[in-house]
Write a protein that binds this ligand. Structure first.
Ligand code: SAM
Length: 489
């Protein structure tokens, strides 16, 4: 049992709003008006879209962008903070709600359920005064025809949760509640229970913003302007304190782009690529394309999503960088000549990004992972086929499950034992960060890892391969892409 104390509330620019709510008076000194009702309305809409309709957070934010824009900056921050806390703690919230709701709510009561979840998140994890959290929850329920009949129930459940909050939190095991069973089993098998629990704890914290500076020689200058730390691997880390990324110094002039410190590592493993022909095989929205272009490579940025390539185009334009952009399926596209180097940032379950995208843990399934493993294997085969003999291929995924990382590489090395070699990564290439290198010489970062004096990184896997002279034989795994079904997860 996790007997942790009541968690500290998440830092946010929404504090002002809450301070006003705590004072309990309107600016004119009249009757107390709970502040942030509109913010809670947006938070409930986001949670409903994500947890009830299966929409990813980014897309849900885009769909609610009108309502978000209409909020004041502190209320916008409050809405997002409530939604993110609800997503991170959804297992604990549902367990707590389940103690007082004996009959499951009807399917059409999706908004009522979202209101209950965001109300419980505020009471248990955000130290928002219970009266503000409960009162706004009841008002939201009363304003919706389908939720209105449940307003009394919502009131009673949230009051019970508030009264018993200490006991509830003491009796809950956050790891068991918040991480789906298949991922718990997978991570324990891969990293041991102690590390799996540390990973889960680090997913509960709001991550800092990491950025990659276009010209590494200017890192110190931008660190000063952004009030950021320079991490040992060269990324800058800052607390943006609720500020929107485009409003930060240097963004508009294209001096840097947002990229987790772990996501910035795979491209660095290619070494000097100035003047080389490099394929970024799954390129959008372009974080790695920008790194390759900034390092002086002639980049072909390939992706099958026209919508995501539009974002890549905008990003490159802002950064004043160039690439040949190709919208095509990497499994069938044929280049005229092989490439000197290839980066394959393959589609994956993205569980390593759960600090920023807490919904992935709830939206991804073991069946999806099995399908992705087949796609990753097929893409690796294609990438090797497009690589010049002696060239370098970086295969990477932001998944924590070895089935999508370590095991894909073991398979390809076994299938092409005569033609493909691993080029082991040395700690010096990663500014001495030896904890990130596996015994086989691949890169493996975890959300609970430290980097210099900072803690927290996206979970990433990367391996560096090369192919020898000669024809690449068709791999047996190409024709049986689902062979790992038994091993997953
Ligand atoms: C992990 S994301 C890439 C992130 C990108 N490398 C970056 O650093 O910004 C994976 C990408 O693979 C693309 N993708 C998925 N299947 C593909 C296929 N068959 N051919 C080409 N691109 C594909 C998706 O559209 C998505 O943009």
């Amino acid at each position: 049992m996790n007997m942790a104390r009541r968690p500290r509330p998440e830092k946010s620019a929404a504090k002002d709003t809450e301070r006003k709510a705590r004072r309990g008076k309107s600016a004119k000194g009249g009757r107390a008006i709970p502040s942030g009702l509109a913010a809670r309305q947006v938070a409930a809409a986001l949670v409903r879209r994500i947890l009830h309709e299966g929409t990813p957070l980014g897309e849900a934010l885009a769909r609610e962008s009108g309502a978000l824009e209409a909020l004041s900056a502190p209320d916008r921050a409050l809405a997002q903070n409530i939604a993110r806390t609800t997503l991170r703690r959804s297992g604990q919230l549902d367990e707590a709600i389940g103690r007082f709701v004996k009959k499951p709510l009807a399917k059409r009561a999706a908004l009522a359920r979202a209101i209950l979840r965001i109300g419980a998140a505020q009471v248990l994890f955000m130290r928002i005064p219970a009266h503000a959290a409960i009162d706004t929850a009841v008002r939201l329920a009363k304003a919706d025809a389908a939720a209105r009949p449940l307003a009394g129930l919502i009131n009673a459940v949230l009051r019970n949760i508030s009264r018993q909050s200490d006991g509830i939190l003491k009796s809950q095991d956050a790891f068991a509640c918040n991480i789906p069973a298949w991922l718990r089993r997978n991570w324990i098998a891969a990293y041991g229970e102690h590390t799996a629990r540390r990973i889960a704890s680090s997913l509960l914290k709001e991550p800092a913003l990491d950025v990659t500076v276009k010209d590494p020689a200017q890192a110190a200058r931008w660190a000063k302007a952004l009030d950021a730390h320079v991490l040992p691997t060269g990324s800058l880390r800052l607390d943006r304190g609720g500020r929107a990324i485009p409003s930060l110094p240097g963004f508009a002039q294209g001096a840097w782009w947002a990229q987790d410190a772990a996501a910035a590592l795979p491209v660095r493993l290619l070494g000097d690529i100035a003047g080389k022909r490099v394929l970024d095989m799954c390129a959008a929205p372009g974080g790695k394309t920008a790194q390759l272009a900034a390092a002086g490579a002639h980049v072909t940025a390939l992706d099958m999503s026209a919508r995501r390539l539009e974002r890549l185009r905008e990003n490159l334009a802002r950064l004043n960088l160039e690439a040949d952009i190709v919208c095509a399926d990497a499994l069938t596209w044929q280049p005229e000549t092989p490439f000197d180097a290839i980066v394959l940032d393959a589609p994956c379950t993205a569980t390593g990004t759960a600090r920023r995208h807490p919904e992935v843990l709830h939206l991804k399934t073991p069946g999806q992972m099995t399908q992705l493993m087949a796609l990753q294997g097929a893409m690796l085969e294609r990438a090797l086929g497009m690589l010049q003999p002696g060239g370098k291929l970086i295969y990477c995924v932001c998944s924590l499950q070895p089935q999508e990382g370590e095991m894909r590489i073991a398979q390809v090395l076994q299938d092409h034992a005569d033609q493909v070699r691993r080029l082991p990564i040395a700690a010096q290439e990663l500014a001495g960060q030896a904890q990130m290198i596996t015994p086989q010489g691949d890169l493996r970062t975890l959300p609970c890892m430290a980097i210099g004096e900072e803690t927290g990184l996206d979970g990433f896997f990367a391996a560096r391969l090369t192919r020898l002279q000669g024809r690449l034989a068709t791999a047996p795994s190409w024709s049986r892409p689902f062979q790992d079904t038994k091993r997953a997860p």
